[in-house]
Design a protein around this ligand. Sequence first.
Ligand code: 13P
Ligand code: SF4
Length: 306
Amino acid sequence: MIMKIREIQDEILRLKNEKDVCILAHSYQTPDICEIADFVGDSYALSVKAQGVQNKNVLMCGVRFMAETAKILSPEKRVFLSHKDAGCPMAEQFTKDYILAHKKRFPDHKIVAYINTTAELKTVCDVCVTSSSALKIVKNMSADKILFIPDINLGSYIAENCPEKDVQLLRGGCPIHGDIKEEEVLSAKKEHPEALFLVHPECALDVTKHADMVGSTKDIMDFARQSDASEFIIGTENSIAEHLSLEMPEKKFYTLSKNFICPDMKLTTLTNVLDFLKTGKGEEIVLDEDTLAKARHCIDEMLRLG
Ligand code: 13P
Ligand code: SF4
């Protein structure tokens, strides 16, 4: 017998309580996943939430670095990733040895890592940032020389808005946000001249320079909720426009490109979640003590300065 979506969701809600599982979902997940999550948010909010949950088990519906962050902050819990192949290409772009080589090139620079990095990479960095906290943290740091990894777009945005610091960059980035072209923004603006343009800082500077607001997925959603405007062009993964349209049918949300989709974020399905809860078998995040301790320092610095 084929189960309907509502039936699967009800079974998930029953099993997660029975098995003491907290489900965290990034806001790029589909609406059916967000509906069964205990908490939905951006990378920063998920990190903070992961630390406070009481359950023995956490299921991260998102990508691997997010599940690793939850494990680093709650090593006593069992943390699982919703789909074994859900990685973030940006987070996995550079190896630890590559960053260590750059550390030698810039011995006086503090290494600031975007949270979209592997746990292993965080072990050789000084502090983490998320898209919502990056500018504030870099400004709050006492160091004035910074090597920012891996996202050249977020790094350029920080450098432009924090000219008092020497910000060195590497050529990393998100293949999805990095693919958005200025022409696509100009054409969306031409088509919807009344719309405000809200954009994620993983897009290039020639895209973000046209923005009415630059921020994390949560910042974008909060801005749209609070704004008196009724039309918005959403410059991040298309699920954000979808969530906002469902939440506020009286407002209009336009996407920039039909290709603005993160395939890794879309790997997770309700049936993955149900299978995990039924069998208890899933992609468990296991990190050794040394990695946990060193990566934890990097994230604790983020929570302290953010
Ligand atoms: P947020 O921190 O805005 O949730 O971004 C995470 C991400 O992967 C964006 O592509
Ligand atoms: Fe990584 Fe980009 Fe997907 Fe975000 S949208 S998870 S940065 S690949």
